[in-house]
Design a protein around this ligand. Structure first.
Ligand code: ATP
Length: 455
């Protein structure tokens, strides 16, 4: 009887040959053999989605291969990293199912398109670094690129600013074009979709517009939260969506929030957006941020010591775009000073960045101080958990202003309010935005607060 290491090594070998490199990294390298007791092999995988993939595509092969090679019947059991359920087992009961994921299995040419798909050549799976905050989104994106229109349709990626939604979405397009070079792949921002529609109406070329959007194999629409308020766009997109869905063509959407949190999005679109899989991307942890920086530095042939990369990753904690910006800034600073990149040089470069932010931009702290003074409540209460109205409303107003007046991501705002979840910030923003329309007093108060903050 082989031991755990021998079995695992054999399994790795087998799948090395069967998977593409990205597939191998995503499904096999991310899994960990935990124990082998009698013939039960316990394997830990990172998410529910990985578990489903293993159940569908990997487990049977393992049992067959191990039987053929070692001559005994293996009983593989999957567990999910960090998940223990109240029922004491590794399968969730219905109520504890992962909230971030609502999955449903549906029942379901050419060079010109390569250019008209508008993909950024840098946004591939190869250049995407995975970590706890994006592992499930990455795995879902890979599944979709391998089997478009089959399992997760639409795939709805959501999360804060600059966390890699566009990158991951476009990676699906690249991957699909690599395996099916004749596939029709179209990427647009939601604004570009609206603009195309408006100009089609103006030039009376709606038929061409429809032909263009409804004949693709993969349609990717970025930042669909900007569909809010655009009735005509929503109407047209509804029909585009239906046509593609019925034809089993893949749709991928991104947004900074969940479909039902997008204001003024028609119910019929909300429900369609939820048909497939909605999966969120959360800010990367320190290790992932370091890995992203290291990748970027290698790609740019920058010679940066590890401790300097760790230092930079420690300074910028919520947004990958800012993280990359910090690296570029350090690089530019080194060139300007004609010095090698070191931790102390990086500290100098980023210090001036922070000073610049403090003078140009409005900080969340300033908003909190101003709002708490205005409503005569303490800062601790403003950031705390008390639920009485006299505190909840100013808190929501402060969150609303932080979202409206700063570039901070939703998770960052949540963090600044005593570690609240980004969905709390979304909820606060929505509540205040709605009240603003019906409550003239609140409208006046917020206008006044904005004036104070501008001074
Ligand atoms: N996991 C990652 N690995 C490598 N690069 C990443 C990762 N996540 C984000 N990036 C990089 O960070 C930058 C911002 O990412 P992207 O534009 O995809 O974010 P986004 O979530 O779509 O933001 P927005 O909400 O502003 O549209 C890009 O240059 C992207 O390549």
């Amino acid at each position: 009887m082989p031991n755990l290491d021998e079995i695992w090594e054999y399994i790795e070998q087998q799948f090395h040959q069967q998977f593409t490199r990205i597939g191998y990294q995503t499904w096999i390298e991310s899994a960990k053999p935990i124990s082998l007791t009698a013939n039960t092999l316990t394997i830990e995988v990172p998410s529910q989605l990985h578990k489903e993939y293993w159940e569908k595509n990997i487990l049977t092969k393992i049992v067959e291969n191990v039987y053929a090679h070692f001559g005994f019947e293996l009983n593989p059991v999957l567990t999910i990293t960090g998940q223990t359920y109240p029922n004491g087992q590794n399968t969730p009961d219905k109520t504890s199912a992962n909230k971030a994921m609502q999955s449903k299995v549906s029942e379901n040419e050419n060079d010109e398109f390569l250019t008209s798909s508008h993909l950024n050549s840098k946004y591939t799976f190869d250049t995407f670094v995975t970590g706890t905050g994006n592992q499930m989104a990455h795995a879902a994106a890979l599944v979709v690129s391998e089997e478009p229109g089959v399992l997760y349709n639409p795939l709805f990626l959501y999360g804060g600013v600059g966390l890699g939604k566009t990158h991951l979405m476009q990676a699906i397009g690249h991957q699909l074009l690599q395996s099916q070079p004749n596939a029709k792949v179209k990427y647009v921002t939601s604004e570009a979709f609206t603009n195309d529609l408006v100009s089609a109406i103006q030039t009376k070329t709606q038929d061409r517009f429809r032909q263009e959007y409804r004949s693709v194999d993969l349609l990717m629409v970025d930042d669909v939260q900007f569909f809010a308020d655009k009735e005509g766009t929503q109407e047209e997109f509804f029909h585009t969506f239906n046509d593609l869905y019925e034809e089993k063509k893949q749709i991928v959407l991104t947004s900074d929030r969940l479909p039902n949190e997008i204001p003024k999005l028609q119910d019929r679109l909300v429900s369609r957006f939820k048909w497939g899989l909605s999966v969120d991307i959360t800010p990367p942890d320190l290790e992932t941020r370091i890995a992203i920086l290291r990748n970027k530095a290698n790609a740019e042939h920058l010679d940066i010591p590890d401790d300097t990369l760790s230092y930079i990753a420690g300074q910028i904690d919520s947004n990958v775009r800012e993280l990359e910006g910090a690296l570029i800034r350090v690089q530019a600073y080194a060139t300007m000073k004609n010095e090698r990149i070191s931790t102390s040089l990086a500290a100098d470069a980023l210090k001036s960045l922070k000073l610049q932010d403090a003078t140009n931009g409005l900080s969340i702290v300033k908003i909190q101080e101003t709002v708490s003074k205005y409503y005569h409540i303490s800062l601790t209460d403003l950031k705390g958990k008390k639920r009485n109205k006299a505190i909840v409303i100013p808190r929501q107003i402060a969150m609303y202003l932080a979202r409206e007046l700063t570039d901070s991501s939703l998770p960052k705002i949540g963090m600044e309010f005593g570690g609240k979840d980004h969905t709390t910030v979304i909820h606060a923003h929505k509540t205040i935005a709605q009240n603003l329309e019906s409550d003239p007093e609140m409208k006046a108060n917020i206008a006044e607060l904005k004036n104070i903050l501008r001074q």
